[in-house]
Design a protein around this ligand. Structure first.
Ligand code: F6P
Length: 319
């Protein structure tokens, strides 16, 4: 293989730049031309593509976002869009593509592979919702952003003697809520994977107050519902002033943590290795300390495995 390309797709995630850097540099190291596709699958359809060199990825390892920009492409879902993309790939002589993104992006990668272009997926999403891999690029940075917010909100929560509900991202997955909630010492963690009862949350709040606790932090995963509505309900039921904070896109930005940079560097390089071995239709992941790769269909069929043990621990530690 002499010419490959890389794109980022779906929601951005801190560490995507480190992954792009790893793809470009390890490709060039192996005498392969690396093309950058801008704005995800839309850039492929519209031939928004340029060749990268060593300097194109200088000074980006520490930056959040993605220098390639990203998109959730509706057009690539259509046959017409796929036909246009394939035409661009053939005209430019691209022999393999690395797709950095989440499950939707992996479906796009799968489609390209079905069209005859070997593709490798690299998991880049803050949600950590891909069951085949222990971690996705961006998750660690995101939970660090959330715990920073929890600490700040806890200060003012204590000063005012309020309860605070903090709504975090994650789509249908409760991993951000769980891990940030544990690390941030939250009183309650509400996730889509485990049923909850608002009266139990209220009782815990009141019990804490009765023993002199001044603050109360409730972490709510967005997949369960809205923080504003829940704060009203809790305030009505307990009589404790309750405020809602929706952290939103702040969780997707910022300089990636060391863990995310290291994970992204390893995964980006592994994706290039696989393409150069002539392998396609696979995704890269991590199992414990070991990098793994797996068939895309198999990977997508593995449901995200919620860590009940850690959830129970968080409950015990917040009695
Ligand atoms: O998948 C990443 C994510 O940030 C989810 O946690 C969230 O539900 C979604 O993307 C938000 O998407 P958008 O930025 O398009 O509003």
């Amino acid at each position: 293989m002499k010419k490959i390309a890389v794109l980022t797709s779906g929601g951005d995630a801190p560490g995507m730049n480190a992954a792009i850097r790893a793809v470009v540099r390890s490709g060039i190291y192996n005498d392969v031309k690396v093309m950058a596709i801008k704005q995800g699958f839309n850039g492929l359809i519209n031939a928004n593509i340029e060749e990268m060199n060593l300097s194109s990825v200088a000074d980006i390892i520490h930056r959040g976002g993605t220098i390639l920009r990203t998109a959730r492409s509706e057009e690539f879902r259509t046959e017409e869009g796929q036909r246009k993309a394939l035409n661009v790939i053939n005209v430019l002589g691209i022999e393999g593509i690395i797709v950095i993104g989440g499950d939707g992006s992996f479906k796009g990668a799968k489609k390209l592979n079905d069209l005859g272009i070997p593709t490798i997926g690299v998991p880049g999403t803050i949600d950590n919702d891909l069951g085949y891999t222990d971690y996705t690029i961006g998750f660690d940075t995101s939970i660090n952003t959330v715990i920073d917010a929890i600490s700040k909100i806890r200060d003012t929560s204590t000063s005012h003697g309020r309860a605070n509900i903090i709504e975090v991202m994650g789509r249908h997955c409760g991993d951000i809520a769980l891990m940030a909630g544990l690390a941030g010492g939250a009183e309650s963690i509400i996730v889509p994977e485990v049923g909850f009862n608002v009266d139990q949350v209220c009782n815990k709040l009141l019990k804490g107050r009765n023993r002199g606790k001044l603050h109360s932090i409730i972490i709510l995963a967005e997949g369960v519902g809205g923080a504003v509505e829940m704060s009203k309900e809790i305030e009505d039921k307990t009589g404790i002033e309750t405020r809602a904070t929706i952290l939103g896109h702040i969780q997707r930005g910022g300089s990636p943590t060391a863990s995310d940079r290291i994970l992204a560097s390893k995964m980006g390089a592994k994706a290039v290795d696989l393409l150069l071995q002539g392998v396609g239709n696979r995704v890269v992941g991590v199992n414990g300390k070991k990098l793994i790769d797996m068939d895309i269909d198999e990977a997508l069929s593995i449901k995200s495995n919620f860590d009940m043990e850690t959830y129970e621990l968080a409950k015990i530690l917040s009695i």
